[in-house]
Design a protein around this ligand. Structure first.
Ligand SMILES: NC(=O)c1ccc[n+]([C@@H]2O[C@H](COP(=O)([O-])OP(=O)(O)OC[C@H]3O[C@@H](n4cnc5c(N)ncnc54)[C@H](O)[C@@H]3O)[C@@H](O)[C@H]2O)c1
Length: 259
């Protein structure tokens, strides 16, 4: 029960990493708001959690790129649970393309969801966390925050931006008791990575090959690190980027060197 007594908001909670983290947080004793633009998916997450942890999780429909909606998410969380200790700003989208191929509107949509979403969660969430004496703010960045991949230029740019936002927020709000860290996942099997895995029959094998641990990641592999960063076990950790990639970005494995 590492999160007993804590209240958390998790965005992008309709599936994938967000849903897995909602379930882990509830298991660890937290009260959780499962927030997503896909309201039905968020409700489903709350329903699944409710089977084992009644009343621990409520769902909330939100577009994290809209200030008024994020402000409402924060105020309704505080009215329902009485306080706010943890925000896991995890929602994001993927759009393919080099800068030449990516439509201008997709660039804007990527930055609205992936970067502005984290900014707004901080803008409205940190004052609420300060009222309770501090808290933990976690952003899902990516290995693409520091390791670019072909044909996803806009997505890579957004993930680089949230890594630096993490550090800037950690410096500004550390003195107020708010810690800010990010998690940088490698290949994780979710709806976001599904198109790659489906389009490339060898994709799953490749994702395992490039990671020294020899397999693609699962959403719960990320959730465990989110629990640590949300808990008091990480009380002296802020401004940090935790790579959760099975060792992919540590260097070239023997198998990859032979390709
Ligand atoms: N899957 C991977 O391989 C991988 C790797 C590195 C980083 N990530 C990051 O992990 C995080 C979670 O993604 P996932 O892999 O679980 O994929 P996912 O597609 O299952 O989850 C993303 C969720 O964000 C929600 N969302 C998108 N835009 C939103 C908005 N404007 N407002 C509210 N919710 C919104 C979606 O509805 C979806 O439920 C993302 O930040 C993603 O960039 C994923």
């Amino acid at each position: 029960m590492q999160l007993k007594g804590k209240t958390a908001i998790i965005t992008g909670a309709a599936g994938g990493i967000g849903r897995a983290t909602v379930l882990r947080f509830a298991q660890e004793g937290a009260q959780v708001v499962a927030a997503d633009i896909q309201g039905e998916g968020a409700e489903e997450t709350a329903h699944i959690a409710g089977a084992d942890y009644p009343d621990a999780v409520i769902a909330h429909t939100v577009d994290v790129s809209k200030g008024d909606q994020v402000e409402r998410l924060i105020s309704e969380t505080v009215s329902h649970f009485g306080k706010l200790d943890v925000i896991f700003s995890n929602a994001a989208i993927m759009r393919d393309g080099s800068v030449v191929d990516l439509p201008e509107s997709d660039w804007d949509t990527l930055f609205d969801a992936n970067v502005k979403g984290a900014f707004l969660c901080g803008k409205y969430g940190i004052p609420a966390m300060r009222q309770g004496g501090g808290g933990s703010f976690i952003i899902t960045a990516s290995v693409n925050s520091f390791y670019a991949e072909s044909d996803i230029a806009g997505y890579c740019a957004t993930k680089g931006a949230v890594l630096q936002l993490t550090r800037a927020m950690a410096i500004d709000h550390g003195p107020e008791g708010v810690r800010v860290n990010c998690i940088c996942p490698g290949w994780i099997e979710t709806a976001m990575s599904q198109p790659f895995l489906e389009e490339n029959p060898e994709g799953r094998e490749f994702a395992g090959t490039i990671a020294p641990v020899g397999r693609i990641g699962q959403p719960d592999d990320v959730a465990g690190v989110a629990v640590f960063l949300a808990s008091d076990a990480s009380r002296f950790v802020t401004g940090a980027a935790y790579t959760v990639d099975g060792g992919w970005t540590a260097g070239m494995t023997k198998a990859l060197a032979l390709i």
